[in-house]
Design a protein around this ligand. Structure first.
Ligand SMILES: [Zn+2]
Length: 283
């Protein structure tokens, strides 16, 4: 094949791809670059969710810091906070994942039936669909932020157990009750501020009401003391990369003060770009 034919062939292929993209729905924009990495709405979603197998396959359960453990799947976070009076589970993910989470809890040497409180970061099925089943299996109390109560039929916004207090911070926008939880953890005689971020991802179309929520949330997260950033999808805090660095004796890779706002900056850049696209005359 000579060069002209090759170019023609490539051109024809490109044309087919463009048609294909159009036929599948809205184009994937805007594009934002944060810390040299480029993101689109679709790339963020793919990074968060992975494949269906990633969503349902346990990631090796491990201790993150102090009494905070990871018991989720490869792409859906679930955190176990262990206290002398029982455990707190933050995010049950999909109902079908509850047995996966149960196995991870048991692999760490804890009892699933010791879960006393179930908390969630926001009322979407990939994070809280399993709440009712965990409550049924353990008798745990299910708590959520008031604004997400209608979808969850849940109770109140604070988790306290065995000397551990999880503080709920309403960081709305992704959902009206999206909640960032903070707590203190102790390890090796040091205290750490742990921030369990909710999703700060803006919807595809941002209404003025959602914009007001997100503006407030992006301001609020910058005020939270933070040493250990976590997220509702582990990609938000680069879990796999940090997990690979876990070695006894080495500094805890999950302690990453400098990375506390990375995800918020990505989501805020995308949010501002979406709003700018929506209101082209206001710039
Ligand atoms: Zn969500």
């Amino acid at each position: 094949m000579n060069r002209a034919t090759a170019c023609l062939a490539a051109g024809a292929l490109a044309a087919v791809l463009v048609v294909g993209t159009r036929a599948q729905g809205p184009a994937d924009h805007p594009t934002v670059t944060v810390d040299g990495q480029t993101y689109t709405p679709a790339s963020i979603l793919a990074r968060n969710m992975g494949t269906p197998a990633d969503q349902e396959t346990a990631f090796p359960p491990h201790r993150i810091v102090g009494n905070v453990y990871y018991v989720g799947t490869r792409t859906l976070s679930s955190f176990l906070i262990v206290t002398p009076q029982g455990s707190i589970l933050l995010d049950t993910t999909y109902e079908r994942n509850v047995p996966v989470i149960q196995r991870s809890v048991e692999q760490l040497g804890f009892r699933f039936s010791d879960i006393r409180i179930v908390l969630g970061n926001h009322a979407h099925s990939d994070h809280q669909e399993g709440d009712a089943l965990v409550r049924q299996m353990t008798g745990a109390q299910v708590m959520a932020m008031a604004d997400d109560v209608p979808p969850l039929r849940a109770m109140k916004p604070a988790g306290m157990l065995g000397g551990v207090t999880l503080v709920a911070h309403l960081t709305a926008g992704h959902t009206p009750g999206a909640t960032t939880w903070t707590m203190k953890a102790t390890e090796g005689g040091k205290n750490y501020d742990v921030v369990l971020f909710t999703s700060l991802r803006a919807p595809g179309a941002v209404s003025p009401a959602v914009a007001a929520m997100l503006d407030r949330s992006f301001r609020l997260v910058r005020t939270l003391p933070c040493d250990v950033p976590l997220g509702d999808h582990p990609a938000q805090y680069r879990m796999q990369e940090k997990y690979a660095k876990l070695k006894s004796g080495a500094p805890n890779p999950f302690v990453e003060k400098a990375g506390c706002l990375t995800e918020a900056r990505i989501q805020e850049a995308m949010y501002r770009a979406v709003v700018a696209e929506q209101n082209p005359h206001q710039q």
